[in-house]
Design a protein around this ligand. Structure first.
Ligand code: AMP
Length: 113
């Protein structure tokens, strides 16, 4: 728990969020400023600042397991979805607590802008 971290506060219950799925290690919530009709954040409960700071590979397994469960439950599999990790300032990471963006419900461009 890092006291000035928004996602730690959400995990701790100090900030309300719209939880769509939860396990012992991972929380999945709706993004407050959705960039697509479906936009979820898959967040490890352990505070890890960026994707470069993961030391235990089971963190990735847990995050991807929850991401695929949420995609299935929300009916995103047939149409498809995009997974995004922003790492660092040039990639526009704004909250330095690791999270996966799960986006779906519209056509995305490639390459990303
Ligand atoms: P990033 O820019 O990759 O760090 O993404 C941070 C994401 O967190 C953005 O998409 C924000 O809209 C989202 N966000 C910020 N505060 C909250 C919140 N309180 N509840 C849900 N999502 C949030």
């Amino acid at each position: 728990m890092v006291s000035n971290c928004v996602f730690c506060k959400i995990i701790n219950g100090d900030i309300k969020s719209d939880v769509v799925y939860e396990t012992k290690d991972v929380l999945a919530i709706r993004d407050v400023a959705p960039q697509a009709p479906h936009h979820y954040l898959i967040i490890p409960k352990l505070h890890i600042p960026t994707s470069q700071d993961v030391r235990d590979p089971s963190i990735w397994a847990n995050l991807m397991e929850v991401l695929t469960i949420v995609a299935q439950r929300m009916g995103l599999v047939d149409s498809g979805y995009r997974v995004v990790i922003n790492c660092g300032s040039q990639a526009c990471q704004s909250i330095f607590h690791l999270h996966l963006h799960l986006l779906s419900g519209r056509k995305f461009g490639w390459p990303p802008g």
